[in-house]
Design a binder for this molecule. Structure first.
Ligand SMILES: C[S@@+](CC[C@H](N)C(=O)[O-])C[C@H]1O[C@@H](n2cnc3c(N)ncnc32)[C@H](O)[C@@H]1O
Length: 301
């Protein structure tokens, strides 16, 4: 694997090429390993309970090599539930080891924490936390919050970040969730997205006034030193979405093998209602906001 210096050199070269020479090569990739899940969250349009697809290790290796060839150096494994993924004796940790052998600098996993999970291999683990107690369960089903608390306490990973998707079922819990994460000995920080209205989930989108009030609330916590991953500039950009998206920074490979140079929001025509916090961060990165550059480096390198 490349040394930290070589990694920083690659990142600097990538940034220069993208910002000043117009080279649009992805730097990170979201790879869906399966659509098999142990929850059926109200806001999600990915899980497939009836006929789940699980990719083979060989398919995933080919996809990882493709992403690396595009220029990507960071992977987020998504699903379905990535910790359910297996091919023979191989699990998600074997997949991360493979990605590192290919040359990726680090990998993250997004999990619902419904079963015990362990990974010394993942650089960071995103735990989806959609509120505290009943708010989380409203989105994810009865008992989901209790299971998450138990598994987060025993996973032993040092870089757990909570990820909250804010929607009409849980927006009132944002402040309480920030305080819960701050007080937790297990989470390092929290990151926010708003609900993105993929088909069938439109009714969960919060209205514009509520969105603006929540962004102000998150920024007020951030100014008081709470550990919130989104940057202030990125959050402000998510207020009105009046910026040029730079979503090609992340390419996607979905469970059915579809490869897209950006998130599926574009093909569903929902970019004007995008909630993904990363959209604001990627734009801020491109406009050289130091806050975003340091946040990205501390997460990834
Ligand atoms: C699709 S889930 C899969 C990974 C894992 N099973 C989990 O629940 O975290 C990945 C992340 O996307 C978020 N998500 C799902 N649908 C969303 C939507 N329409 N808008 C914003 N975030 C969404 C979830 O809350 C979760 O944090």
């Amino acid at each position: 694997m490349a040394s930290k210096i070589a990694q920083l050199f690659y990142l600097a070269r990538w940034f220069f090429g993208a910002r000043f020479l117009g080279k649009k090569k992805p730097l990170q990739s979201v790879v869906f390993v399966s659509d098999r899940c142990n929850l059926a969250c109200k806001h999600c349009s990915v899980y497939n309970l009836k006929n789940p697809i699980s990719k083979s290790l060989a398919q995933l290796e080919e996809e990882l090599r493709y992403c690396y060839g595009l220029g990507s150096r960071f992977i987020d494994f998504e699903g379905g539930e990535p910790f359910l993924w297996k091919d023979g004796d191989n699990d998600i940790n074997d997949l991360i080891r493979l990605a590192k052998r290919i040359g990726f600098y680090s990998c993250t996993i997004t999990t619902n924490a419904q079963k015990a999970f362990h990974s010394d291999e993942a650089g960071a683990i995103w735990v989806s936390l959609d509120g505290v107690g009943e708010f989380h369960d409203r989105v994810r089903g009865d008992g989901a919050f209790a299971r998450l608390e138990k598994n987060v306490a025993t996973c032993g990973h040092k870089a757990l970040t909570a990820n909250m998707a804010i929607n009409t079922l849980n927006w009132e819990a944002v402040g309480r969730t920030i305080e819960y994460v701050e007080a937790s000995p297990y989470f390092k920080s929290i990151s926010f997205s708003f609900h993105t209205p993929f088909p069938g989930t439109e009714h969960l989108t919060v209205d514009q006034k509520t969105r603006e009030e929540i962004i102000d609330l998150i920024i007020s916590y951030k100014k008081r030193g709470y550990h919130i991953m989104n940057t202030k500039v990125g959050l402000r950009k998510m207020n009105r979405l009046d910026f040029e998206p730079e979503c090609w920074v992340t390419n996607f490979i979905f469970t059915d093998g579809t490869r897209l140079p950006q998130c599926a929001g574009k093909q569903y025509g929902v970019c004007d209602k995008c909630g993904f916090g990363m959209a604001g961060e990627m734009n801020a990165l491109f406009h050289f906001h130091p806050e975003t550059i340091f946040a990205g480096l501390s997460l990834r390198v």
